[in-house]
Design a protein around this ligand. Structure first.
Ligand SMILES: CC(C)(COP(=O)(O)OP(=O)(O)OC[C@H]1O[C@@H](n2cnc3c(N)ncnc32)[C@H](O)[C@@H]1OP(=O)(O)O)[C@@H](O)C(=O)NCCC(=O)NCCS
Length: 384
């Protein structure tokens, strides 16, 4: 396999996009290409993720982006894997470049839903669950993750204040991130005073509905020459699946797809969790950050919530987690989220993260989950 790098990355601010999803996606694609210093003619394939493009009456935006880049003859495909769509695109890009099928691949994720009300957006998102057993019976993502939180709490005694510490930490990070949806800190009192959305999850346990777009350029080391920014060397690109519907799972205190993908990723990279300096994990709800840290192998089952409350995962803690603010506070524009995690790692590796800069940037991990864990991607990046 060829050594494969991320050589360019760009993102909009998450929140409410002033333009269409297609325009925002094109904008970040142009910015990421520009940042990479790679001639667009080297792009052999474009992968675009836009799970809810139908909400804007626009599908198949890959050819539109390629046309704007002056490469209309280049093939594109749309990759959908619920909330892990653009990390699935990144995996395909890695496979193409590492294997020699393409010298460079562009990955773009975009979502625009802010023109929909909460009820409509909730029903769109719920399409990622199991319709006959879950969605048709009233399940929503806050409800499904609340079930996971209840089971975790019953087995390990996970407390509201521990989940609240994750929300407070991620809001503090997002307050220092110009790409973030919520650029405001919250206190534990604000957290505890916020309304219950799906018990035990409160407003501040939930990610918001965000618009946003992010793009990443992946290229083989030998075609890059002198990179115009510090590249991320992709040391592992692992994907896994698991039983999608929750009622058929033997265990509800974690996500099997995360566990499987993590084992594969650490095996590919030839390192263990102790080497990783910081992580971007899929905290669509605070309980998801707890499960991620346990399933990825950073903490024993039942111990991540307490470690988070003790400050271990803060920006200046032992293991910074979600320095971007995570899905909770940076925001969660579904199909852009996976690529957006890579933008954060790119900025951290290039020491462009300003007030949210983490101290060590040798190894980083990105973890992106589809729905309640039917699919998952884990990527490991190393500083060149
Ligand atoms: C939690 C949730 C139900 C709140 O929606 P809502 O009650 O309709 O909230 P509104 O959009 O009316 O916003 C009300 C206020 O809360 C804020 N807000 C909304 N969601 C928020 C969130 N998740 N965290 C913090 N603040 C939030 C808004 O900014 C707004 O603040 P303002 O009054 O200062 O302007 C909604 O954000 C949600 O469903 N999130 C989960 C999305 C999801 O399931 N994603 C998929 C994950 S797998």
């Amino acid at each position: 396999m060829r050594e494969t790098w991320v050589v360019g990355a760009a993102s909009t601010r998450y929140g409410r996009l002033p333009d269409s999803g297609r325009e925002a996606a094109t904008r970040v694609a142009l910015e990421a290409m520009d940042r990479s210093g790679i001639d667009p003619k080297r792009i052999g394939q474009t992968y675009v993720s836009n799970a809810f493009g139908v909400a804007e009456r626009q599908a198949h935006i890959g050819p539109l982006i390629n046309t704007a880049l002056g490469i209309p003859d280049v093939p594109s495909a749309t990759i959908e894997s619920a909330c892990s769509s653009s990390s699935a695109g990144l995996h395909e890009a890695f496979v193409h470049v590492a294997s020699g099928f393409a010298d460079a691949v562009l990955v773009v994720g975009v979502e625009k839903l802010s023109h929909l009300d909460t009820l409509t957006a909730t029903s769109y998102f719920a399409m990622g669950a199991d319709y006959p057993f879950e969605t048709r019976n009233g399940a929503t993502f806050p409800g499904l993750y609340a079930t996971l939180a209840n089971v975790h709490a019953r087995k390990y005694g996970t407390r509201s204040e521990e989940l609240g510490a994750i929300a407070v930490k991620n809001h503090a990070n997002a307050a220092r991130n110009p790409h973030a949806h919520f650029q405001k800190e919250i206190s534990m009192d604000t957290y505890l005073g916020s309304p219950i959305i799906a018990s035990p999850l409160r407003l501040y346990d939930c990610c918001p509905f965000s618009d946003g777009a992010a793009a990443v350029v992946v290229a083989a080391r030998e075609v890059v020459g002198a990179p115009s920014a510090e590249p991320l060397v992709i040391r592992a690109s692992a994907r896994a699946g698991s039983i999608a519907d929750m009622q058929d799972r033997p265990e509800l205190t974690g996500l099997a797809a995360t566990q499987t993908a993590a084992v594969a990723a650490f095996r590919q990279a030839g390192i263990g969790p102790e080497k990783v300096d910081f992580l971007e994990v899929h905290d669509c709800f605070t309980i998801a950050e707890v499960m991620a840290l346990e399933d990825l192998g950073f903490y024993a089952k039942g111990s991540a919530a307490k470690a988070s409350a003790d400050g271990e995962t803060a920006r200046d803690g032992k293991l910074p987690v979600n320095p971007s603010g995570g899905l909770k506070a940076k925001g969660h524009p579904v199909s852009a989220t996976g690529a957006g995690q890579v933008v954060e790692i790119f900025e951290q590796f290039n020491h462009e993260a300003g007030a949210r800069q983490v101290p060590r940037t040798e190894w980083a991990l990105a973890h992106n989950v589809g729905a309640t864990g039917g699919s998952c991607s884990v990527h490991l990046f190393q500083h060149r």
